[in-house]
Design a protein around this ligand. Structure first.
Ligand SMILES: [Zn+2]
Length: 335
């Protein structure tokens, strides 16, 4: 196996995997199918296979790095030279972040190859016996019931189910520079520390905006749409009171769609922001950065779009006035 997988820049790493240069011949999973798991079929796409294989290799690289660090400290002479543990843990932490992104991308790619696995009623997905993609067995109380009779649903042509091919095309063929609407101007007190000039990173952010706006195609027009259809600016209170007027099946279908869009957007955003840090900032590594008009990178509070729709689904932000900080989804299921 070719072990020269680049680990120090997410763009180079993803490019190597997507162009199938890094790890063409993985063996898939060594786990056996468990009772109750249902096979969707094989993973055959080089993208899914490449991401799976790269994930394993990267995890070994991280384990090796940590083992070497321990060995270094246990050496009779002790750590010498310019070593600082702080630097080491930062390097390991960043690698771990890149591995997490590859992890998210591999599941997205595998689900896209078998779109039936986007069904929100399944407990989860897994890879078994080489390249067999399975649905994990549901807990007894969660047996899938009748298909949701709502007519509001995402088709398999939805952008959130075709994300990997779009990401791949960004890396296959360098796109022209793009622009993005709705970014705030640099504020008077803000410090600009860099600029996104790589057209691939620009294209990732543009794709993420397209994804957020793709909801228009499936969700009802009388929904309380935020300005410019920016879903991350949905007003949770308005949204909840509107959802309560819909039929139970429709309300559930809509929250499921929003949740799928949120997950896909998160994967993309993590990739794009890591790429900004790996490519545009040199040695600077500030805690929070924000995107401004003209692709400027400013120091400061991150844009809310970093956690799109989080407010609606729990997570960091709690919906004001909801009992126990429950998410919209929970609120609906227990109404
Ligand atoms: Zn150390």
């Amino acid at each position: 196996m070719n072990q020269t997988i680049p680990t120090d820049n997410i763009l180079t790493l993803v490019e190597a995997i997507l162009k199938n240069r890094a790890l063409p011949d993985g063996e898939g999973s060594t786990m056996k199918i468990m009772p109750g798991e249902n096979a969707y079929g094989l993973i055959t796409s080089p993208i899914g296979r490449g991401l799976w294989t790269a994930f394993g290799t990267l995890r070994s690289a991280l384990a090796e790095m940590i083992a070497e660090h321990e060995k270094f400290h246990n050496c009779v002479l002790g750590p010498t030279g310019e070593h600082t543990c702080e630097k080491f843990s930062k390097r390991a932490g960043t690698l771990q972040e890149r591995i997490q992104i590859i992890d998210d991308l591999r599941w997205q790619a595998m689900k896209e190859e078998h779109p039936a696995s986007f069904d929100p009623r399944i407990k989860g997905t897994g890879l078994r016996d080489g390249w067999t993609f399975v649905a994990l067995a549901p807990r007894r109380s969660q047996e899938p019931t009748e298909p949701n009779p709502s007519t509001i649903k995402l088709g398999n042509d939805a952008l959130s189910r075709n994300l990997m091919s779009r990401i791949a095309s960004i890396f296959q063929e360098p796109p022209p520079s793009s622009s993005i609407e709705g970014l705030p101007e640099v504020g008077d007190t803000e410090e600009v520390i860099g600029e996104v000039t790589d057209p691939r990173i620009q294209a990732l952010f543009t794709l993420s905006q397209e994804l957020r706006m793709s909801a228009r195609k499936v969700l009802p027009t009388d929904m309380p749409w935020p300005e410019n259809d920016r879903l991350e600016n949905l007003d949770p209170a308005k949204m909840i009171s509107w959802l309560r007027k819909q039929s139970e099946n429709d309300a559930e279908a809509i929250t499921v769609i929003l949740n799928e869009l949120r997950k896909a957007t998160e994967v993309l955003q993590k990739l794009a922001w890591r790429a900004v840090r790996d490519t545009c900032l040199g040695d600077k590594d500030p805690q929070s950065i924000a995107l401004r008009d003209g692709w400027k990178i400013a120091l400061g509070e991150p844009e809310p779009e970093e956690n799109p729709l989080e407010e609606l689904f729990g997570g960091a932000t709690i919906i004001r006035g909801m009992p126990g900080g429950s998410s919209l989804l929970e609120a609906l299921l227990h109404r």
